[in-house]
Design a protein around this ligand. Structure first.
Ligand code: PRP
Ligand code: URA
Length: 209
């Protein structure tokens, strides 16, 4: 059963309030995207598998837990997904990182693919695809399909702001992929921007435009 988790942690909600503001400049916007990704990663890794192992403390032998499931990978959708990588790695430093380059054609709103570079063993890993924005869903659906075409089976998707249209597109195309959402917004406008949203995430992270 597909999990669709909308974050309710007060720190995440507060920081999402800050990134929506027009008067939040690139430096703060970038830092906040990284912090939100870190908190979201904490929530999205709650169900990772653990096993018992015996260890020696300075006092005695005891049983502790260690992660036992698949190794992890983070795959940002370029460009804006890059802003989430550092925060993810702060929580899961051993994860490998792949990159998928897609941009949304402004006229058709369809994703255009321009890059894909993944760690060689990505198909054996649990993969977190990250992008701050899920609008029509075209980019996330295409990125996840690219991974599936390369044999990747265990995929989760994390976004900071989602539109209902994007969530529906993901549910239809990839019902096997759990989705972690920072905030679920109202709708898309005529230009495919999320309302109330935060504008163009890539431009705000990198200071373009
Ligand atoms: C943005 C965003 C997503 C996509 C979401 O990227 O980072 O990748 O739009 O829209 P969708 O759900 O309708 O596909 P954009 O295409 O602006 O590229 P950029 O990150 O390079 O600026
Ligand atoms: N991409 C963005 O960066 N923002 C939106 O609102 C929609 C797509």
């Amino acid at each position: 059963m597909q999990k669709i988790v909308i974050m309710d942690h007060p720190l995440i909600r507060h920081k999402i309030g800050l990134i929506r503001r027009t008067d939040t400049g690139s430096k703060d916007f970038r830092a906040l995207i990284g912090e939100i990704a870190m908190y979201m990663c904490y929530e999205a890794t709650r169900d990772l598998k653990l096993r018992d192992i015996e260890i020696e403390t300075p006092i005695c032998r005891t049983t502790v837990k260690e992660l036992s499931g698949k190794k992890l990978a983070v795959v940002p959708i370029l460009r804006a997904g890059l802003g989430m990588v550092e925060g993810m790695l702060a929580m899961i430093p051993a994860a490998k990182v792949g990159h998928i380059g897609l941009y949304r054609d402004p006229a058709t709103l369809k994703p255009v693919e321009y890059y894909c570079k993944l760690p060689a063993d990505t198909d054996e890993r649990e993969v977190f695809v990250v992008d701050p924005m899920l609008a029509t869903g075209g980019s996330a659906v295409a990125a996840i399909q690219m991974l599936k075409d390369k044999g990747v089976k265990n995929i989760r998707f994390m976004c900071i702001i989602a539109a209902p249209e994007g969530v529906e597109a993901m549910k239809k195309a990839h019902p096997d992929v759990d989705i972690y959402i920072g905030a679920l917004d109202e709708c898309l406008n005529d230009h495919g921007y999320i309302v109330p949203g935060l504008g163009d995430a890539g431009d705000r992270i990198f200071g373009t435009k």
